[in-house]
Design a protein around this ligand. Structure first.
Ligand code: 9MG
Length: 283
């Protein structure tokens, strides 16, 4: 039996014949991701980064206008739209599928009008109006788990049983989306590595990748690139976490993850090609 994630203009098989893990490249359009903060320069910088990722073989580009790093302050709706929308219009027809990383319903609406193929919501479509904003479209919806919010999430993460708690959260959110009439084939789940989790929580979840997918019968996106969970195991600072991040991506894909969200596209694409060529597993 084949299962497919409906992804706007694309379809990604995630179980059965023709499955291949997809690489989602991170395109941050936040002031700390370009040098002088100027608007024109930020667009130029984003486009050249997108072109580089395309040359490197990216499948999906994830555009984000608000940092979700622990402690990062929220940005206004106006600033987020001003950062994201010109980039979205510019990259929309470059080839790869386009995802927009936002938890704001108004940004979701504008992104869908502009042709986004996925809405990637770190808040799991919990904001009032979020479900309404995405309901009548064909884009994929990534439901991510986050405990608390980016300002406070790493202060004291607490779970009864981290894997069970997160399965329950993701199930509740998937059911809320489906109750609004959304086709389950548009849904994708994400445990949200680093979002209100200790290192132990993160690795318990990484080891439970297949269990999460089986419990909910949905494809999974794993985002651990350069995160502190990689630094905790390798002892490396953020700028030296590429190899560790690729190792984490492979651990997720080996258990069936469909999408890996990464900074280092070229290295991840190569690693996945070799992994796939040498893997006896058929999903
Ligand atoms: C925006 N963002 C940062 N980290 C992320 C992760 O792990 N997953 C998803 N879906 N988005 C993320």
């Amino acid at each position: 039996m084949q299962s497919t994630l409906q992804f706007g203009r694309f379809n990604f098989p995630w179980r059965g014949q023709g499955v291949r893990a997809r690489v989602m490249g991170i395109l941050n359009v936040t002031p700390d991701s370009f040098s002088d903060g100027g608007h024109y320069q930020s667009l130029e910088f984003a486009l050249s980064h997108a072109e580089q990722m395309i040359q490197e073989g990216v499948d999906i580009i994830d555009i984000g206008g608000e940092s979700s790093r622990p402690g990062a302050p929220p940005v206004s709706l106006e600033d987020e739209l001003r950062r994201v929308m010109p980039v979205l219009y510019a990259v929309r027809d470059m080839g790869p599928a386009i995802s927009v990383d936002t938890y704001k319903p108004q940004v979701m609406r504008e992104a869908i009008i502009a042709g986004a193929d996925m809405i990637n919501d770190i808040n799991g479509f919990r904001a009032p109006g979020a479900i309404e904003a995405v309901k009548d479209s064909d884009c994929a919806l990534c439901i991510m788990h986050m405990q608390s919010d980016p300002q406070h999430m790493q202060l004291a993460p607490l779970y009864t049983n981290v894997v069970e708690d997160i399965i329950n959260f993701l199930r509740e959110r998937a059911e809320a989306l489906m109750a609004a009439g959304i086709d389950p084939r548009r849904l994708c789940i994400d445990p949200g590595f680093g979002f209100g989790k200790t290192v132990e929580h993160n690795y318990a979840l990484l080891k439970a990748t297949a269990r999460l997918m089986n419990a909910l019968n949905l494809p999974l996106l794993a985002g651990l690139s350069r995160k502190s969970m990689v630094g905790a195991v390798t002892g490396k600072p953020v700028e030296q976490r590429m190899a560790g991040s690729v190792g984490g991506a492979l651990a997720a894909v080996a258990q069936g993850a469909l999408i890996v969200r990464v900074h280092d596209v070229a290295e991840t694409v190569d690693a996945l090609k070799v992994f796939q060529a040498g893997s006896p597993l058929q999903r």
